[in-house]
Design a protein around this ligand. Structure first.
Ligand code: UD1
Length: 347
């Protein structure tokens, strides 16, 4: 297939473009080199067109003989403050809308969309009395007292985390999350209008070689890895027992290839899949694995907390296994050791 990969110069897009090429697809790359991710003097990899997905005229020329689009281009991170709202809306919401309109003009009806676990907002939990529940908002007094685990949203009692699957409610909490949900919804509208198919891949915490060194928009793996490179201890917030699923970027790339090749067998509309390792890790464990592998200072558990953080988000890999035949190959304990000495992108 001839595939347009947007965001082809980015951390994930670079790996996706190579995996598609290795799988025998003909890749056309596009990237706007947004300064938040690339700095101001970035050079695009060979063969990647430097352009914005909002440039409809350029899309019309690039999409001429394309069969499918793999849309990785986005402004990422959680957003620093409210001044970031227009940029998320412009790059992610409007960018996707322009891309979908251009695909419709060219009759292209297959899309793989990079979505995110942030669409769920929070993890899922089991309450002894209320079954599968979401968490109640964490009270500032609890957090200040060092009590970080959330309570049941129904009865206020204790809860245990459970893996989140794709049927969980969508509850975006940040500007980035709102824009990722919007991308899924615009894609749904496009599918209805065009009798088209879309697979939305909800990436969990992606890490691996080529990830950007820390910026105000970075996730925790890049922040810890960059601290260790400076000879500083990773600073672990809360009590370090908050849980995530760290998935290697090469597995994410493989999931994209699997999704592209599975689109044909999917019905009209959007189907969402978690992309995860299936092996949960606490932030404290992740910091220790990285620090040991880097022979750096031991992590420091600070007890700090951030209002927008969620406590546990742990993915169910089941639907991706049955629907895409995708299973991660890189175990986080192995991949994080590799990350300790991998090259990071310094913009
Ligand atoms: C991250 C990404 C989000 C992405 C999602 C899934 C960022 C900022 N967040 O969300 O965009 O969609 O993964 O791929 O890119 N922490 C520390 N020390 C630090 C920083 C963070 O202990 O210096 C802790 C936080 O308190 C939190 C956990 O690490 O509990 C994860 O934080 P972070 O990576 O920022 O956000 P996610 O919610 O996992």
């Amino acid at each position: 297939m001839r595939v347009l990969v947007t965001g082809a110069a980015g951390f994930i897009g670079t790996h996706v473009a190579s995996a598609l090429a290795v799988a025998g697809h003909d890749v056309v790359g596009l990237d706007a080199l947004v300064p938040q991710a690339h700095g101001t003097d970035a050079i695009a990899p060979a063969g990647v067109h430097i352009a914005d997905v909002r440039d409809g005229a350029l899309l019309d020329s690039l999409l001429g003989d394309v069969d499918a689009v793999c849309h990785q281009a986005a402004m990422v991170g959680n957003g620093v403050d409210a001044q970031d709202l227009p940029a998320y809306a412009a790059h992610n919401d409007l960018g996707t809308a322009e891309l979908l309109a251009a695909m419709a003009r060219r009759g292209i009806d297959r899309l793989v969309l990079a979505s995110s676990m942030v669409a769920y907002g929070d993890g899922r939990y089991t309450c002894e009395y209320d079954g599968s529940v979401g968490p109640a908002p964490r009270a500032v007094d609890d957090l200040a007292a060092g009590s970080f685990d959330p309570r049941c949203e129904v009865c206020g009692g204790p809860v245990r985390w459970r893996p989140i699957d794709e049927s969980a409610p969508i509850r975006p909490r940040t500007s980035y999350a709102a824009s990722k949900v919007a991308q899924e919804h615009y894609s749904g509208a496009w599918c209805t209008l065009q009798s088209a198919r879309c697979i939305a891949l909800r990436y969990h915490n992606v890490y691996g070689p080529g990830m950007p060194a820390d910026t105000p928009y970075s996730g925790v793996a890049a922040i810890f890895r960059s601290a260790l490179e400076r000879g500083e201890a990773p600073r672990v917030f809360e009590d370090g027992r908050q849980t995530r699923d760290f998935v290697h970027v090469q597995d994410v790339a493989r999931a994209n290839v699997a999704a592209l090749e599975a689109l044909e067998s999917h019905g009209v509309g959007v189907t969402a899949y978690n992309v995860c390792s299936g092996t949960p890790f606490t932030i404290g464990e992740m910091a220790s694995v990285l620090a040991d592998a880097a022979r750096g200072p031991e992590p420091v558990v600070t007890g700090e907390y951030r209002a927008f953080d969620v406590r546990h988000v742990v993915a169910s890999p089941d639907r991706a296994r049955t629907g895409l035949g995708f299973e991660a190959r890189v175990r986080p304990d192995v991949g994080l050791v590799e990350l300790a000495s991998a090259r990071l992108r310094t913009r």
